[in-house]
Write a new protein. Structure first.
Length: 282
């Protein structure tokens, strides 16, 4: 399997990429700083084996994303099987604004760059990669209304900035996959400006065929409960995955999200593709 990862320097993207590498995949990372892996013996071993390649660039720059595509296509001898987008900005907190990002449109703009620079050779439906895009539960107005009360309040205040960005990413995906979009879900122009649908190279309505949106609950840095449960021989799932919003799901670890992507979503793609997205929570 040949994989392109945006947002793989840490967190979900990193944990998922390592799992994929362990399974024999070839992974191309787009990184703003290649030195982030200088002391990572695990990644360096895969680089030496030719299984991981590090491309210097920025998801906010279309030329950088285009270069990452080209590198992935080259190492995959003309094909890219899977694209994982888990890119996010550096957060900061203030009591007046809550959690804000250094680049408030990082998810939206990087996704727009990713889709609009997809190589022509990969655009035919039978040649398209599978796309896994990480956003969050409770992004749209309807989904937000179904959140547990505590999360509804927290998301509407402290996380309102990041979620505005993720709503922009979801809007792009709805357009490219042909999914209906509710009029109530208005994306701020500071995130997605007028005329974005005419971005050169962006797939038109319903032209993107293989997409799975993963919407985790509030993310934690906890252990991978799924690995722990499997090691103990427990049959019960460590987290819940559902194609509908959860009114009683509060959190999930980044490691368990990566577990779902690699151990469930990818091998059981036909189960999840076309569901409109999957929500993860404990």
């Amino acid at each position: 399997m040949n994989v392109l990862v945006l947002g793989g320097s840490k967190n979900i993207g990193y944990y998922a990429a390592v799992r994929l590498l362990k399974k024999g995949a070839t992974v191309t990372f787009l990184l703003r700083s290649i030195s982030v892996f200088d002391n990572d013996e695990q990644i360096q071993s895969y680089v030496k084996q030719g299984k991981a390649q590090l491309v210097l660039g920025d998801g906010l720059k279309a030329d950088s994303v285009k270069s990452a595509w080209q590198a992935s296509v080259a190492i995959g001898e003309g094909t890219v099987d899977l694209v994982l987008s888990s890119i996010g900005g550096a957060p900061s907190f203030s009591f007046s604004k809550g959690i804000t990002l250094d680049n408030p449109d990082v998810c939206t703009r990087s996704l727009l760059n990713l889709l609009s620079t997809m190589p022509d050779a990969l655009r035919a439906p039978e040649r398209q990669p599978r796309f896994v895009v990480i956003t969050s539960m409770g992004i749209t107005a309807e989904a937000h209304a179904r959140l547990p009360f505590g999360l509804r309040t927290f998301y509407g205040t402290a996380l309102s900035g990041p979620h505005v960005d993720k709503l922009g990413a979801e809007r792009i995906l709805a357009h490219c996959t042909g999914r209906a979009w509710a009029p109530a879900d208005v994306v701020q122009k500071s995130v997605l400006s007028d005329g974005w649908e005419a971005t050169p190279g962006l797939p038109g309505p319903a032209e993107l065929k293989h997409v799975l949106i993963v919407r985790p609950a509030l993310l934690t840095d906890g252990e991978c409960r799924a690995d722990k449960a499997e090691a103990a021989g427990k049959g019960k799932a460590a987290y819940r995955a559902a194609a509908t919003e959860m009114s009683d799901g509060y959190r999930v670890s980044r490691r368990d999200v990566a577990h779902f992507v690699v151990e469930d979503a990818v091998p059981n793609w036909s189960k999840w593709e076309g569901t409109g997205g999957v929500v993860l929570a404990y």
